[in-house]
Design a protein around this ligand. Structure first.
Ligand SMILES: [Ca+2]
Ligand SMILES: [Ca+2]
Length: 262
């Protein structure tokens, strides 16, 4: 089954990247809220991992490089799968499509999300993410057209669980209920992992037209709609009295780009 990134489809091009950010940033903000709340309770130190599960990220970006999660069981650049997980040199995450340890971004979505969530703060460069010191685990199952498969998404989720992630940013989805994906997210729940999912950008009611993973009936799934700078629901955003947990800023968000390190 194909999964698409939760963006407005005819706005994939960089020329109109604005709309591409929408629900992503919403999800990111929610993630940050969770991080902040849990940090306040001393349950989640700032050094713990976060997951960006989209189109990878530009690993050399100056505002991201210091906040990348590091797989301590893997020796970088030695061409050996040191931790025996099937991925060679997966130092910051994996690329399921290429089956490699290089989740570099060739779509643009992931780098932007990564910056919103966790661009390094107080470094005199670029922007500050909502969670300045989060660790970004970079996983890639979305290809350069913004599409990925359910099985590859599941592989990323399982990797995230195996490597101790706490929060998954799921700015992707489709309208197909899939038991395998539901079961995987349920397994993540048992590990205490929150999945922040985009409600979607179709301007439809998710109570009537369900979108997944946002609408899976699991209490570790947080479905997020997008708001504008005037604190109204964005015109493109999906909504749902029962199925959407909350809304967060999702338009006009400045963040890092994948075509440059600065
Ligand atoms: Ca490995
Ligand atoms: Ca290695």
């Amino acid at each position: 089954m194909q999964i698409k990134v939760a963006i407005v489809e005819d706005d994939i091009a960089f020329g109109s990247l604005l709309k591409t950010l929408l629900v992503l940033s919403a999800a990111a903000d929610v993630v940050a809220c969770y991080l902040s709340a849990r940090e306040a309770l001393d349950h989640l130190p700032q050094t713990k991992a976060h997951v960006v599960l989209i189109s990878g990220a530009r690993l050399t970006h100056e505002d991201l490089v210091d906040n990348l999660w590091v797989n301590s069981a893997e020796i970088a650049g030695n061409g050996i799968d040191d931790d025996g997980n099937g991925y060679v040199d997966d130092v910051h995450g994996i690329n399921v499509i290429a089956h490699s340890g290089d989740p570099s971004d060739d779509f643009g979505h992931g780098t932007h999300v990564a910056g919103i969530i966790g661009a390094r703060g107080n470094n005199g460069k670029g922007i500050a993410g909502v969670a300045w010191q989060v660790k970004l685990m970079i996983l890639k199952f979305i290809d350069n057209q913004g599409v990925g498969s359910t099985s590859d998404a599941i592989e990323c989720l399982n990797y995230a669980r195996a490597k101790g992630a706490h929060i998954v940013n799921a700015s992707w989805g489709n309208s197909y209920y899939e038991q395998s994906l539901l079961d995987t997210i349920a397994t993540l729940r048992s590990s205490g992992i929150i999945v922040v999912a985009a409600a979607g950008n179709d301007a439809t009611d998710n109570d009537r037209i369900l979108s997944y993973p946002a609408c899976y009936d699991l209490d570790n799934v947080v479905s997020v709609a997008a708001t504008t700078r005037s604190n109204t629901l964005a015109s493109f955003s999906c909504f749902g009295y029962r199925s959407v947990a909350l809304a967060a800023p999702g338009a006009d968000i400045i963040s890092s780009f994948t075509n440059s390190d600065t």
